[in-house]
Design a protein around this ligand. Structure first.
Ligand code: DOR
Ligand code: ZN
Ligand code: ZN
Length: 455
């Protein structure tokens, strides 16, 4: 039996509201004790657990935030098909380095995850290469072509945690309605990327003052709002559980508020970049500021922050979207949409929202772990006796500069390069096992032998 003891950290459990200095003992993957002062000797002398194990670890978490392991509902791992951008292995390592113990992986791979065989491949590969829980999301339509529904029941039975057409919307309202009817029947959540592609046309950044100055085609807020409204109406009509991805506009927040007031099972996520950057940060040349939906106005950003704080928006998800340097160097108009987010989420959210007093550390844990777990019906996101030993330890006072060269992700496409931040992920623990550690000088990650890639 192996144990991990975390000493003296500020333990945060959103469900019970626990926010206190405590010790935690994890034995055989489960939290056994949460106490003011756990006697390490009782463990070392086998009184509580029997024989000692070479994996036994004691972590000093003094001055640190101890949260339930972070959960990202929205990542792109590009595997299979675009392994030059990211693989499940490199993506999962980036997740662990970013403090994430579970991630949900979007299906816009090649082939698209739209059938049990690709789904199974992804699940098998993830189990081989990482301890991070990688939950695949299956496509809504075959090959994400927007025409024929996939077999939600079979995909659900084989491990798909949700269905999504992410990268685009199901534009045909008839197909979208069929999808929600089927999703409601099967009991699988629909993760909606909301974008009216006809209205988006050639847009590459937010439509407004800045796009005019730069002479770039704009993307109206309505591109998002129209599909958010449509999908909420369809969720009402069908009873589907609808989760709105990467909300970026003020009216998205208003529409979600309306849906929740009507008692609909609608949830929403917002990315760290939409909470912290605006169209004014776009210079028209650096495509690391190009993503979909685009960075909006200050009014939109402020509405997103308020919506998150108040609970209209349920959670933070990164939309980690790695691309190669070459892809991103194609010029602002030509470059693909998307930025990486797994390794910057914690310091960006800590620095911009927690340190500035917008979110408490407990609320950060709620929006990055507890609420995401509830949305996908996963029994994680808690630091309680008997719960799984998934824990993220963050040193809130550690200052550093974001350096893309240090990323475990293959993607270097971040708008935060050189940003001075606080909030270092010191350890990521999954089922009681320390997968990642960083003391500010040296870092280490557990690499699984079956997969020599990157070693
Ligand atoms: O910025 C984005 N990148 N938005 C998306 O919807 C897709 C994603 C990607 O796959 O690169
Ligand atoms: Zn999307
Ligand atoms: Zn996405």
């Amino acid at each position: 039996m192996a144990f991990t003891i975390i000493k003296g950290g500020r333990v945060l459990d959103p469900e019970t509201g626990l926010d206190a200095i405590k010790d935690i003992a994890i034995v055989d993957g489960k939290i056994l004790e949460i106490e003011d002062d756990i006697d390490i000797h009782a463990y070392e002398h086998h009184e509580k657990i029997g024989e000692m194990d070479e994996n036994d670890i004691i972590i000093d978490a003094e001055g640190c935030l101890v949260m339930p392991g972070l959960i990202d509902l929205h990542v792109h791992f590009r595997d299979p098909g675009f392994e030059e951008k990211e693989t499940i292995c490199t993506g999962a390592r980036a997740a662990a380095r970013g403090g994430f113990t579970s991630v949900c992986m979007m299906p816009n791979t090649k082939p698209v995850i739209d059938a049990p065989d690709t789904l199974e491949e992804v699940i098998e590969k993830a189990a081989k290469v990482t301890n991070v829980q990688v939950h695949p999301i299956a496509a809504i339509t075959a090959n994400q072509d927007g025409e024929y529904l996939t077999d939600f029941q079979t995909l659900f039975d084989n491990g798909a945690i949700a269905v999504s057409e992410d990268g685009k919307s199901v534009m045909n309202a008839r197909v979208a309605r069929q999808a929600m009817r089927l999703a409601a029947e099967v009991g699988i959540p629909v993760f909606a990327h909301c974008e009216d592609i006809n209205l988006r046309a050639r847009g590459v950044m937010n439509a407004g003052k800045r796009a005019k100055e730069l002479g770039l085609y704009g993307i109206l807020n309505e591109v998002e709002d129209i599909i958010v409204a449509r999908d909420i109406i369809l969720a009402k009509d069908t009873g589907a559980q609808l989760h709105l991805c990467h909300c970026s506009t003020e009216d998205s927040v208003n529409l979600i508020k309306f849906a929740k007031a009507g008692g609909l099972p609608v949830t929403a996520e917002v990315t760290p970049h939409h909470l912290t950057l605006t169209e004014d940060d776009v210079d028209g040349t650096d495509a690391n500021f190009k993503m979909n939906p685009p960075l909006r106005t200050k009014a939109d950003r402020d509405a997103l922050i308020k919506g998150l704080k108040e609970g209209t928006i349920d959670c933070i998800a990164t939309d980690h979207a790695p691309h190669t340097e070459e892809d991103k160097k194609a010029g602002f108009k030509q470059a693909p949409f998307g930025i990486v987010g797994l390794e910057t989420a914690v310091p960006v959210i800590y620095t911009e929202l927690v340190e500035k007093g917008v979110l408490t550390p407990l609320e950060m844990a709620e929006k990055m772990s507890y609420n995401p777990a509830r949305i996908i019906g996963m029994d994680r996101g808690r630091i309680q006796v008997g719960a799984d030993g998934d824990i993220t330890i963050i040193d809130p006072d550690f200052e550093f500069e974001i350096n893309p060269d240090s990323f475990f992700s293959k993607g270097r496409n971040t708008p935060y390069a050189g940003k001075k931040v606080k909030g270092l992920v010191k350890a990521t623990i999954i089922d009681g096992r320390v997968i990642y550690r960083n003391d500010g000088k040296n870092e280490s990650i557990v690499k699984m032998e079956e997969h020599p890639e990157m070693d």
